[in-house]
Design a binder for this molecule. Structure first.
Ligand code: E4P
Length: 222
């Protein structure tokens, strides 16, 4: 499974890339605004810290077909490889995804709220599909809808990979990993929930304390 970070915070990306195995970074317009930087600079800063094999996903802002295509071609040219254009699955977006596939532009179909939207984007040639798990929960069970999409793709031998997004807690991520999700994109605060169980630190403190009491030091070798 691929593990992406859903953020434009370069400090958090560097920190988590040292700590964990990170396969790429996803952004969206709201995430870019939170960086407080000029948008082109924010994107360039992320690209500058990624290794070539790590994937980068940039979301278009235009909502009409011509605007989406113009942005998609520019985004795609920002890096020689592993550059993906995020396109929402609106009518204009679905048309653009189809055209991008013809032009060899890699896409991630985003703002997916139903398995049907994901299936149609996959049929149009999207490389990745991003269902918004937590936001789907406003309408139905988000995890179940993503599992339905996974089943639809596998039943039809479709090659698009599902990158589950919009997580608000670690348990939502866990449930999809259990169900064989191909990729997830997770915001740094939810990533922290995944590895930072308070009992882990307490267990280490207990071992150190017992060792110190017995041997008068806090290291294995004296
Ligand atoms: C996915 O690619 C989106 O950037 C993101 O996960 C949306 O999440 P949100 O619901 O936190 O805005």
């Amino acid at each position: 499974m691929e593990f992406m970070l859903d953020t434009a915070d370069t400090k958090a990306i560097k920190d988590l890339d040292t700590l964990l195995s990170i396969d790429g970074v996803t952004t969206n317009p709201t995430i870019i605004t939170k960086s407080g930087k000029d948008p082109e600079q924010a994107i360039a800063d992320i690209i500058s810290i990624l290794r070539p094999e790590q994937k980068m996903f940039v979301h278009v802002v235009s909502t009409d077909y011509d605007g989406i295509m113009a942005e998609a071609r520019k985004i795609s040219a920002l890096r020689p490889e592993n550059m993906y254009v995020k396109i929402p699955v609106t009518r204009a977006g679905l048309m653009a995804i189809k055209q991008c596939a013809k032009e060899g532009i890699h896409t991630l179909a985003t703002a997916i709220y139903s398995a049907a939207e994901g299936y149609l984007a996959a049929a149009n040639g999207a490389d990745y599909l991003a269902p918004y798990v937590n936001r789907i929960c406003n309408y139905t069970n988000g995890v179940a809808e993503v599992v339905r999409l996974l089943n639809m793709l596998s039943a039809n031998n479709m090659k698009a990979r599902v990158i589950a997004a919009s997580f608000k807690n670690a348990n939502q991520v866990n449930e999809l990993i259990e169900n064989g999700i191909q990729a997830v994109t997770v915001a740094p605060d939810v990533v922290t929930q995944m590895y930072n169980h308070p009992a882990t630190e307490l267990a280490v403190e207990e071992f150190t304390e017992n060792w110190d009491k017995a041997y008068g030091r806090k290291t294995l070798f004296g």
